[in-house]
Design a protein around this ligand. Structure first.
Ligand code: C2O
Ligand code: CU
Length: 484
């Protein structure tokens, strides 16, 4: 169990009784700053966790530093970080720092950007995060099983100036398929599942435990960082009685806005930061539900107000606008346009819908040994597994070029599409302009969606683009984009 994290990150500002906002924590900030927070040593190894609560059996997991989720990695924007990862699993691993725009050699893709970390060995990741925000880390080797057995943690890159909130909370959400005995169900890589929605489980944890309540205080302003660390489960969160304001998506600040349709749609690997003004009544509880799948809605937790009188009468009127990160703006005058078409999956009883004649031998690269061909493809090509050497890029961009990608989902399934090493401005969805043109590194695509994104290909190297439903990635929904 993770006591260090315990649902709360409290070093940020808190409140002074008179209604003013004091942006320091209990310790003088120089003292807090003195600890070298940008250096970590993280050990991946088998462990045990109590996922479903104290009265339920323990689960054998694979964990970073023995906890689920792994330790919170807190870095500072623009300051060098050094993360030593030690592999005490009985198989190879790597760590991918999801969403962080870092040098290619630090990206954690086995074969493509680094040799895998063998059992008993370690690897040092060194990079300077350019962007403040909410990110996460997970393995990029045997990903379906390694993530599915618990290897995941959050990364918070702190803004240079603290943001005016009373508390900064993190909810790392994860989905597990547990048996009654508490063990993780076998069957990773089930081919039927891989060709459909992927391995959706039966137990959702919040910071490593099924949550009954999360304590809050009336009147406080909370920044809540939501991370979906699931293999395949898409979430749509509703906060009963509250109006969350979205302030950042995938780590990148956006125009603060309330929700469309009052649900926070969070695909696997996505992050959304919201600001919540706790306007409920002292002593009351408010449901937080996830109703993404029809007929399968469940209560994720409850916001449980303590009995204390409200911290303040009216919500703070401090700005919700987070400082923007130094992202390069695409130049639409000179941009190249390219299509990336997502194909395959089970539809109307048949496999590989829309994949035409692509199954002929040479196009498949690196089979996973699941039997039968790949289930998915991008532009007629199926790269399977987690990454390996010799992956030929689907597209090559000259460094510094502005690029518009048209992602076309020809399948009957949802796909959170993730690009490594870059952030993408989301321009349009099904022909309609996207309201805030937000930056994202993981774009959730509904069946048949067509989404236009833009980026400046400024980070040299071979970068993965893949679906973050792990079974989909492993069975072919992956490609490589090269910035040369
Ligand atoms: Cu979060 Cu290539 O992955
Ligand atoms: Cu997918």
């Amino acid at each position: 169990m993770n006591t260090k994290l315990n649902g709360r990150i409290s070093r940020r500002g808190f409140l002074q009784a008179g209604g003013g906002l004091l942006l320091t924590a209990g310790l003088p900030s120089s003292l807090v700053r003195a600890a070298d927070l940008n250096e970590y040593r993280i050990v991946a190894a088998p462990a045990r966790a109590r996922l479903a609560g104290p009265n339920r059996p323990e689960t054998a997991v694979w964990a970073y530093d023995g906890t689920v989720p792994g330790p919170l990695v807190r870095l500072r924007q623009g300051e060098p970080a050094r993360l030593l990862v030690e592999n005490r699993l009985d198989q190879e691993t790597t760590v991918h720092w999801h969403g962080i725009r870092l040098p290619n050699a630090m990206d954690g893709v086995p074969g493509l950007t680094q040799p895998p970390i063998k059992s008993g060995e370690s690897f040092v990741y060194e990079f300077t995060p350019p962007d403040a925000g909410t990110f996460w880390y997970h393995p990029h080797a045997n990903s379906l099983e390694q993530l599915g057995r618990g290897l995941a943690g959050a990364v918070i890159v702190e803004e240079r100036e603290p943001v005016a909130v009373d508390r900064d909370l993190l909810w790392l959400l994860a989905d597990w398929r547990l048996k009654d005995t508490g063990e993780i169900a076998a069957g990773f890589g089930n081919r039927m599942e891989a060709a459909m929605s992927g391995r959706v489980g039966n137990t959702v944890t919040l910071n490593g435990q099924v949550s009954e309540t999360e304590p809050v205080r009336a009147g406080e302003r909370v920044r809540l960082r939501l991370v979906n660390g699931s293999l395949a489960r898409i979430m749509a969160l509703r906060f009963e009685g509250h109006s969350p304001v979205v302030v950042a998506i995938d780590g990148q600040p956006c125009d603060p806005h309330e929700l469309d349709g009052s649900r926070i749609l969070l695909g696997p690997a996505m992050r959304i930061d919201v600001v919540l003004d706790m306007q409920g009544e002292p002593g009351r509880r408010y449901d937080v539900t996830d109703d993404f799948y029809d007929g399968l809605s469940y209560r994720l937790t409850q916001l449980a107000y303590d009995q204390q009188p409200p911290l303040r009468e009216r919500p703070l009127d401090a700005s919700l606008d987070l400082p923007r990160n130094p992202l390069p703006e695409p130049d639409f005058g000179t941009s190249e346009r390219h299509d990336l078409t997502l194909q395959g999956g089970m539809m109307g009883g048949g496999m590989m819908a829309g994949m035409g004649g692509m199954t002929g031998g040479g196009m498949m690269q690196g089979m996973t040994g699941m039997g039968g061909g790949p289930a998915w493809a991008i532009n007629g090509m199926s790269m399977t597994g987690d990454g390996h050497s010799g992956m030929e890029p689907a597209l090559t961009f000259q460094r510094g070029r502005s690029v518009v990608l048209i992602l076309r989902n020809q399948t009957a399934w949802w796909h959170p599409m993730h690009l490594h090493g870059h952030s993408m401005r989301v321009l349009s969805r099904n022909g309609a302009p996207v309201a805030h043109r937000q930056w994202q590194d993981t774009v959730l695509m509904a069946p048949k969606d067509v989404v236009e994104v833009a980026l400046v290909a400024d980070n040299p190297g071979d970068w993965m683009l893949h679906c973050h439903v792990m079974d989909h990635q492993m069975t072919g929904m992956m490609t490589v984009l090269r910035v040369a």
